[in-house]
Ligand binder design. Sequence first.
Ligand code: DC
Length: 218
Amino acid sequence: MVVTIDGPAGAGKSTVARELARRLGYRYLDTGAMYRAVAWRALREGVDLRDGEALAKLAERLSMTVEPDPDAPGLRVDGEDPGEALRGPEVADAASAVATVSGVRRVLVARQRALGDGGRLVAEGRDVGTVVFPESPAKFFLTAEPGVRAARRIREGKLRAETTRAMAARDRRDERRSDSPLKPAPDALVVDTSRMKPGEVVDLLASRVRERGGGGGA
Ligand code: DC
């Protein structure tokens, strides 16, 4: 099966998704990294972030190789490892603009679905439960209070320059875009992680996945 985890920045998706994949012996897919990769190359090549057609063409042209190991996840773009460059605030902001373009989403969603073939995958993002893998029997939506989310990003070093205000603006853009806005799937379990330890969240999700028949050979 494919397990889906959606939610805003700082809700704990990455930590929880990777640990859950480890526990279940599943692969791990960070779909946000694919949007960041398109944004990173758009910035480098000087592609206008308001030019949806050019961005969709760029997404189509880029080859992406995903390393789905939850212990060492990675993404190569045209054979190149962007490393920490994907994590900067400029790329984060550009990614949220790129993610509003339907032509980009179409290309990336098709690649994400191909990676889901064969199952045994934990996928995290903003629309993996609603759009990419709507058939998933185990969908989760992680949330946390804005103050808690900002504090986590700071601790992880991700909010070095991305201010709380920039993070809130990005979330708003993700929630309000017309194509695949951030929202829980109707059948997702919504978990507020504000006062939970990552291990507790993973326990909860893992037990739900096992209830749904995952974890063994699924
Ligand atoms: O999860 P992240 O911060 O790496 O995501 C970067 C941007 O990509 C974020 O603004 C939302 C967007 N995104 C998306 O629209 N759909 C996804 N499945 C994953 C990320």
